[in-house]
Design a protein around this ligand. Structure first.
Ligand code: ADP
Ligand code: ZN
Length: 226
């Protein structure tokens, strides 16, 4: 069976991480979130990640070379063979080109790209209210209201880069570096757009339908060898 390969695109706060996690779980795919990988590596005091931390805290991007190496290593692992869901990568056109090359080496199924679209005022509002666990890093339920992590009991805190000024910087970086990635993909027959400003279950339902449709389209193109 051909792999199911999905990229979840969208600005910070669009909810792509939540949707990527759910979709990967339901379809038993490997989820690769580059933000989570970096934060985890920082907790483990990995020297390269500690180097990247200053840039992350300011809302900037980590260098392409480091990010491409991380993603390449994960995608070529055997547990990525059934497919993957990428969250947070590619964030630059250089990363997108490198990803095309890695996908070519894997030679396993079409690549589906979904753009989760949310208006900027809504993004700022969501990020201001977001809390994560200080111990295990998991996102808290935005409607939960508790002060402790439901997974490990750790204290819920604001992510350093969810501070108002840093959020505005991240949105600027998104527009400058990552919007061009959407243009890089937009003309592909497997590119889809979903309205992320709806209830999460609604977004989930639309995503499921459009990803299945795009996979069929992409698989047909691969079969006929165009
Ligand atoms: P967001 O909530 O903005 O989607 P993430 O958790 O995906 O945040 O990423 C947090 C930070 O990690 C980014 O602001 C950036 O500094 C760094 N980062 C994550 N993925 C990448 C990437 N592909 N390229 C460069 N930097 C990245
Ligand atoms: Zn926790």
């Amino acid at each position: 069976m051909a792999g199911l390969n999905v990229i979840m695109m969208g600005p910070p706060g669009a909810g792509k991480g939540t949707q990527a996690t759910r979709f990967a779980r339901e379809r038993a795919l490997l989820k690769i979130s580059t933000g989570d990988i970096l934060r985890e590596a920082i907790r483990e005091q990995n020297p390269i990640a500690l180097d990247a931390k200053a840039r992350m805290d300011r809302g900037g991007l980590v260098d392409d070379e480091t990010m491409i190496a991380i993603v390449r290593e994960r995608l070529l692992r055997p547990d990525a063979a059934p497919g993957f869901v990428l969250d947070g990568f590619p964030r630059t056109v250089t990363q997108a080109r490198a990803l095309d090359q890695i996908i070519g080496e894997r030679d396993n199924g079409p690549l589906v790209i979904v753009d989760v679209v949310v208006p900027e005022e809504e993004l700022v509002r969501r990020l201001a209210g977001r809390r994560i666990c200080s111990k295990c890093g998991v996102n808290a339920d935005p409607f939960g209201g508790g002060s402790e992590c439901i997974k490990c009991g750790g204290e819920l805190v604001q992510r350093v880069d969810d501070n108002k000024d840093i959020v505005l910087e991240r949105l600027k970086v998104y527009t400058r570096a990552t919007r061009p990635v959407l243009e890089y993909y937009r003309e592909r027959p497997t590119f889809r757009v979903v309205n992320g400003a709806q209830a999460p279950e609604r977004v989930a339902h639309e995503l499921d339908t459009m990803i299945d449709d795009a996979v069929n389209v992409g698989a047909a193109i691969l079969r006929t060898g165009q």
